[in-house]
Ligand binder design. Structure first.
Ligand code: TUI
Length: 317
């Protein structure tokens, strides 16, 4: 697969971004992905501004290549992250979990590339009007906070609705997924779960092993009743959520159960009660490799797939 317009927009070798995973996507991971030819991303999430600033400076020190910052718009620290992106001239900003109007207003005049995650056609249309450089259409196969539509249905509908380039996310972990995303009209891909299992990712080894052990039906979506659906690997925490939601517990009681659980999964390796946010593609992740090798393999395999299905002597008919 050749460099394309996404590579030009992002300044990368491959049309690939790493997902902005809260607690997981730190400078180490972002640098590994950027040095491997993709766009590494630091997740601002709820990180205190002084610590986030150190991560940005660390990434600047460790790579000459572009990297990005993901701003989670529901976070109380989103405004601080926005100001840090402006002050440190972070080349690319992705946004998630909300409407990125103020991010676009603040950063577009500075020349920052802004790429919002969208979960519907109407959100894609709106951010295009507001000046987004591209959109990431994320299907509900993804891990963490998700929308309703699948990648298979969302990506082509978004691609038909907007003129800006579309990047597909959700459910992609190998070259077959990359090829499929391009077939659906995407010009780039974003992967999160696959990069949890790269050598440079600093999450607790128990979390990595849980992703590797995951099979096709190992994830569950909780929080549908509170309007905050989140996909995680099944464990005692997701069972407890299901039990609370099943008996119609209050919003507060359900939300309270999740507090601090992502941190305990990522830092302490608590696979029983921690929030193991991961996508359905966990079932396809079977090894831990350097980020650069993951990226090379993805695009080599995508090329093989595309030539197999387009160039075979039998053809498709
Ligand atoms: O944001 C994500 N995934 C996330 S954020 C996160 S942090 C968290 N921690 C604890 C509990 C809950 C979350 C974990 N995973 N993905 C991007 C994404 N954005 N998915 C869906 C959306 C989205 C939703 C609504 C994008 C735009 C949107 O717009 C609303 C509006 O008003 O337009």
């Amino acid at each position: 697969m050749r460099a394309n317009c996404i590579c030009k927009i992002l300044g990368t070798e491959y049309p690939l971004l790493q997902g902005g995973m809260a607690w997981v996507a730190n400078a180490e991971l972002a640098v590994a992905v950027s040095n491997g030819g993709g766009l590494g991303i630091i997740a601002a999430a709820n990180t205190p501004p002084d610590i986030l600033e150190q991560e940005i400076l660390k990434a600047k020190n460790l790579t000459d290549r572009p990297f990005g910052l993901n701003i989670m718009l529901m976070s109380p620290t989103a405004s601080d992250a926005l100001e840090l992106a402006a002050r440190h001239e972070v080349p690319v900003v992705t946004t998630g979990a909300g409407s990125p109007g103020r991010v676009l207003k603040r950063l577009k005049p500075l020349g920052t590339i802004v790429v919002p995650v969208v979960a519907s056609v109407s959100q894609a249309r709106r951010v295009e009007k507001q000046g987004a450089d591209a959109v990431i259409a994320e299907g509900m196969e993804a891990g963490g906070h998700i929308g309703e539509l699948t990648t298979m249905t969302l990506v082509p509908q978004v691609a038909s609705a907007v003129r800006v380039p579309v990047i597909a996310a959700g459910g992609i972990a190998d070259g077959r997924g990359v090829a499929a995303a391009f077939a659906l009209g995407a010009e780039g891909v974003q992967l999160g779960t696959r990069f949890i299992c790269c050598e440079e990712c600093t999450v607790h080894v128990n979390f990595k092993n849980a992703v590797i052990a995951a099979r096709d039906r190992s994830t569950a979506v909780t929080g549908l009743s509170t309007g905050h659906p989140v996909r995680c690997l099944r464990n005692r925490l997701t069972t407890a959520f299901e039990e609370l939601e099943g008996r119609g517990a209050s919003f507060e009681e359900i939300e309270k159960l999740g507090i601090g659980k992502l941190r305990s999964a990522v830092l302490d390796g608590d696979t029983e009660w921690g929030s193991l946010m991961a996508g359905q593609s966990a079932g396809m992740v079977n090894d831990i490799l350097p980020a650069a090798q993951i990226i090379r393999n993805l695009f080599a395999e995508a090329d093989e797939v595309l030539s197999r299905i387009s160039g075979s002597e039998e053809g498709l008919n």
